[in-house]
Design a protein around this ligand. Structure first.
Ligand code: BDP
Length: 613
């Protein structure tokens, strides 16, 4: 059963308490997978200290540790204040990559699959008050056909394990996000869902609150100045707001929805969420926000930075938003996994549009899937029993968690349910259908659903694009295919493919969710050669010309926002260099090209709808 409260963003309120356990934890590799046998759940000896949140990998100076694959443990002590006795207590793990088992004072409490979603270790009855308690967590970062992201684990002849991702980012592992000690009242608010409708005089928000008790629920809505604009009681209902200040692209407005459980005048529980009121819809070839067409300008990103790997860093997130605003972007995709919720909160506040992606990446079974795809090689990923059973179950659970956590964010305009899966075999179809239906059922707002199509998923062979409400194309003509001086042929290919898509899917907007060229920052060549800053610009100008030719293209999200770390290999020079910014978040020349273009493109660029700005 989904623990919805674990997915609820934790807050201090008049009834709730919160303590962040970020800091140095004890840490130890368990290459023999014999931690439990040796009693590590009770405490670690011969440990080292490890910062949380962070990926462990890049702190190390030896390669065996950086590449470590297998079980590893984190442990620390924590005090639960006596004043919290009688409350419901849990530790919230916000991201443990890729699977975890949590022990509280030696007792196994919870296990969780997937490294990008919060889960709770419930503490009731397991902890002492005002005395040290111990949390030990065993994490495992092995990749397999059933893990999201997918990959394999190789046993080297020297006995060490090695991660072999079927995807193009480093398998950063560990407690990548914070761990928080949370106390909520025994009777408390477990979940809130909202669904908005625009009316002639404002808006209507249908809401539903889940609690674990029968006392009255009160919902009060406050504007930015703290003035109350609506109030009602009941677990379900409709909130009517007059003259609503809608949430808009790069013009965000958030109302605070305060929820209370009341009993004879006293407050049993209190929680709040900042909610932007807006609608999202696909109509013909338009993506409509509040019934107005929008053109997406932005990035595929990664949670990736120097030293901390995939660890969440508020400062890095802040810098990324400043750069995205500077360059004139209005959107991004959380490629290739759900990001820390703080990032969505920032997007809510800044008015960015987010395509929220589940970690279903690598379902093509190849590390260099961009190359395999261009070679036309078929990998029948979905024909295996284990994929149709265990992987699908994990995938559905990940979709449930993603949508439950992120459903109220105004910034989230679509769910991306896969990145570059195999789509040409019949076995993919049934799998896709189930995942797409599951997402629709789970989302109260019924947002558009999509998946990012790999190069070889062309209209003539792809059997799955029909499930998408809009097409998300990852295309590398001019890089993996016909790169360099052959770019004129690449342009023709891109044009031909787009013509085919327009015919095959006349009612679907097309978003380029990936296009890009690896570029060594500072490498200048006249005339251009591939990898030079000049070639990146040449490649992008070619793309822009083609995008501008097709009215069906309703967005461009370049790959990638910044250079990022990958598995080492002959195609990667210390990582993927397709960034428009360097890994240190400084501009390459191409950044100025984008700034000029995006600042000149209207928000409703190429709209076909009658309702324009
Ligand atoms: C696509 C993937 C992305 C890669 C990119 C690339 O979706 O993760 O990083 O290509 O090759 O295949 O740069």
């Amino acid at each position: 059963m989904l623990d919805t409260q674990a997915l609820q963003y934790p807050r201090n309120t008049s009834t709730r308490r919160l303590f962040d356990l970020s800091g140095l934890w004890k840490f130890k590799f368990d290459s023999g997978a014999c931690g439990e046998e040796n009693g590590w759940q009770y405490g670690l000896s011969d440990y080292i200290l490890m910062p949380v949140p962070a990926s462990f990998n890049d702190f190390f100076t030896d390669k065996n540790s950086r590449e470590y694959t297998g079980d590893f443990w984190y442990e620390r002590d924590f005090i639960v204040p006596g004043e919290w006795e009688g409350m419901s207590l849990f530790l919230r793990f916000e991201g443990a990559a890729h699977r975890a088992e949590v022990y509280i004072n030696g007792k196994k409490t919870v296990s969780h699959e997937g490294g990008f979603m919060p889960f709770a270790a419930r503490l009731d009855g397991l902890v002492k008050f005002d005395k040290p308690n111990r949390v030990a967590v065993k994490i495992n970062n092995e990749l397999s056909l059933t893990s999201l992201p997918a990959g394999s684990t190789k046993l080297l002849k020297n006995g060490r394990k090695m991660s072999k991702p079927f995807f193009d980012f480093f398998n950063y592992s560990g407690l990548n996000r914070a761990v928080k000690l949370v106390a909520v009242p025994k009777e408390s608010i477990l979940d809130l869902s909202v669904e908005h409708k625009l009316t002639e005089d404002g808006s209507e928000t249908k809401y539903s609150v889940t609690t674990n008790g029968d006392n009255t629920v009160q919902v009060s809505v406050f504007d930015k100045d703290g003035s109350i604009v609506a109030e009602t009681t009941g677990k379900e209902g409709v909130i009517h707001i007059e003259n609503t200040r809608l949430w808009n692209v790069l013009d965000a407005y958030l109302y605070t929805f305060r929820l209370r459980i009341l009993k004879s005048g006293s407050i049993i529980d209190e929680y709040y969420e900042d909610i932007g009121i807006r609608t999202v819809e696909i109509k013909g070839r338009d993506i409509l926000i509040n019934n107005k067409p929008v053109y997406l300008k932005g990035f595929g990103k990664h949670e990736d930075s120097d030293i901390i790997g995939r660890g969440f860093s508020l400062p890095v997130a802040k810098r990324d938003f400043e750069l995205m605003k500077w360059i004139g972007a209005n959107s991004f995709r959380t490629s290739h996994y759900p990001y820390a919720e703080e990032i969505l909160k920032m997007a809510d506040r800044e008015g960015f549009l987010v395509i929220d992606e589940v970690a279903a990446v690598g379902m093509f079974e190849s590390l260099m899937n961009f190359l395999e795809a261009s070679s036309g090689k078929k990998t029948d990923f979905f024909s295996r029993d284990i994929v149709q059973t265990q992987t699908k179950e994990n995938h559905k659970a990940a979709v449930s968690e993603l949508i439950t956590r992120d459903k109220n964010h105004a910034c989230v305009i679509a769910w991306s349910l896969f990145n570059e899966p195999e789509t040409t075999s019949d076995s993919a179809v049934k799998y896709f259908e189930e995942i797409f239906i599951h997402a629709l059922k789970t989302d109260p707002q019924k947002r558009p659903r999509t998946f990012a199509l790999i190069m070889n998923s062309t209209p003539s062979v792809c059997k799955c694009y029909g499930f998408s409400d809009f097409l998300s194309l990852n295309r590398y003509y001019g890089w993996y295919v016909n790169g360099g001086y052959e770019i004129s042929d690449a342009k023709e290919q891109l044009i031909d493919e787009l013509k085919e898509w327009e015919k095959a899917a006349p009612n679907k907007p097309i978003i380029f969710t990936e296009f890009g060229a690896d570029t060594m920052p500072g490498l200048h060549k006249l005339p251009s050669v591939m990898w030079s800053e000049e070639y990146q610009e040449e490649y992008l100008n070619m793309q822009f010309e083609v995008f501008d030719m097709f009215d069906s293209v309703k967005g461009e999200q370049v790959w990638n926002f910044a250079d990022f770390q990958t598995t080492e290999g002959i195609l990667r020079v210390d990582g993927n260099k397709k960034g428009i910014f360097t890994r240190a978040r400084q501009p390459k020349n191409a950044a100025y090209l984008f700034k000029k273009r995006w600042e000149s493109l209207a928000l409703d660029y190429k709209s076909t709808s009658s309702c324009r700005y």
